[in-house]
Design a protein around this ligand. Sequence first.
Ligand SMILES: C[S@@+](CC[C@H](N)C(=O)[O-])C[C@H]1O[C@@H](n2cnc3c(N)ncnc32)[C@H](O)[C@@H]1O
Length: 257
Amino acid sequence: MRYRSIMRRSFCWYSALTLAGTAVGCRHTSQATSNEPTTNHFPLRCTGKVEDFERELAVLETVFWEPDDTTSLRQLIRMTELVKGKRVLEIGTGTGLISLCCLQASAERVVATDINPAAVQNAIQNAEWLELPVDRFDVRLVSKDDPSAFAVLGPDERFDVIISNPPWEDGQPSRIDDYALYDSDFALLNSILSGYQSRLYPAGRLLLAYGCVEAIRAIQQMCDQRNLTARLLDDRNLSDLPNLFLPGMLIEVIDQR
Ligand SMILES: C[S@@+](CC[C@H](N)C(=O)[O-])C[C@H]1O[C@@H](n2cnc3c(N)ncnc32)[C@H](O)[C@@H]1O
């Protein structure tokens, strides 16, 4: 199971083997060249290309890279006014990919969190590399002692949009890179659903990206228990999909009370 997850969600290494030298996916490189983003503390693992940016993004060692997780989310950010002029929170930013899309789409302010210190560095460096407005980008490290979704926010911090592509599977992370894949007992998901309402301004939106049937069913169940609705913004039917699938599915959590 773990092997299967890593094979599916560590596209970077697969790409390095099969797509080396092409403009698609993630190229494995041990050293930055003049055309590539540079790193200072955590080493560069590879670079990754997405349709949202002309330049490739840096992917540091231990940081997650699978842009197919968020194809529909990035399209929504790119093609609509979802984040334009809005205050955005991204939970679990990795390379910064989603937050960078929000900055490019004229978000007023983006706060991003991650439990992996390499991801914090990675997101900031990618914002600088892409010449996005870093003064509007605030990346915060989450402590393993309190990894709940809103632990690094001030008591009064609110947002117009909360976005997350969290770890998809119920499992126990051991190494730091496991935190991209495993959410033990869906504790992070639970903390998002328990706390998001008090973190949104009126008419604010919560959007989650998941490509795991078990997790999406857990979201539906947790939403039922809280009188919330999990709206799948996707044409695919869960019962037709394997447990882990790509591209990921976009889910909006709505409070209809
Ligand atoms: C599936 S990856 C998504 C990364 C990025 N948003 C993307 O779409 O490429 C999940 C990310 O959540 C981070 N993470 C896991 N648990 C976390 C927590 N409790 N708080 C903040 N970030 C967390 C992981 O380190 C990882 O970077």
